[in-house]
Ligand binder design. Sequence first.
Ligand SMILES: Nc1ncnc2c1ncn2[C@@H]1O[C@H](COP(=O)(O)OP(=O)(O)OP(=O)(O)O)[C@@H](O)[C@H]1O
Ligand SMILES: [Mg+2]
Length: 298
Amino acid sequence: MSGFVEKPEPQQVPGLVHLHTGKVRDLYRNEAGDLVMVASDRMSAYDWVLPTPIPDKGRVLTQLSLWWFDQLSDLVPNHVLSTELPPGAPADWQGRTLICKSLRMVPVECVARGYLTGSGLVEYNDSRTVCGLALPEGLTDGSELPAPIFTPATKAEVGEHDENVSYEEVVRQVGAETAAELRRMTLAVYCRARDIARERGVILADTKFEFGFDGETLILGDEVLTPDSSRFWPAAEWEPGHAQPSFDKQYVRNWLTGPESGWDRKSEQPPPALPQQVVDATRAKYIEAYERLTGVSW
Ligand SMILES: Nc1ncnc2c1ncn2[C@@H]1O[C@H](COP(=O)(O)OP(=O)(O)OP(=O)(O)O)[C@@H](O)[C@H]1O
Ligand SMILES: [Mg+2]
């Protein structure tokens, strides 16, 4: 078992139909048929939604995504239509709600990696490949790859792991033309974002995009380039050969798997509540990522 310890009830807002409660976001449809995407303060780790929210996380993710969509708008169209609150929506939706074009989502997690770590490192140590792509000898945890690579994964249901797949598998699922377009756009957006982040002292090690079709046009959807969807490392401390300090959920993961939490990841028991100091430190990491990247203070 994994997923939600307790699934939150959707809000009742006149004119909105609740569609889906994701691990982090709640989706509604408005009367115009557009998607209303509300980012919560929920945090997920190890395929669980944690019982303790991180204050302001939904707003940080939403504002950072909006900033990135803007930086990328000449490269790729995105799904954002408006940031206006739907009439009658709770006031606390402010800043974490996007009205988006409703897309037919492509069921592929489009991952780009410029550095080796995580599941890529595990596969590399095994076979000198990542998602079946051959890589040179001598790379280690945190190494920069000779060039960024497209390492797609299939989207899993709540509680399941996403699974890395080969490019050929993506071709089988979505056709050669769409697969090629996904790869091209994923790498182009990654390279742009990597360069922008680097100027601000942040290494974008890897990131995940989701695309969808509006008619025949592929559009960038979901959230983009947030600490939930990306690994951000402080460039000044980058040193291949071990795990890198990061602006993401590594802090929470370390606490959950460390001795203090009393939690056994393999026990199938839900994770425990987070102590205040872990909540505060995690909130600070998310805000630091936002501030470093945008240059705007939270
Ligand atoms: N423009 C869009 N049109 C339709 N669906 C979208 C759009 N943008 C994002 N989505 C979907 O909205 C959901 C966002 O919710 P969230 O990220 O919380 O879910 P998740 O935990 O990643 O996955 P799941 O929804 O399976 O629980 C994702 O399922 C994503 O694919
Ligand atoms: Mg998601």
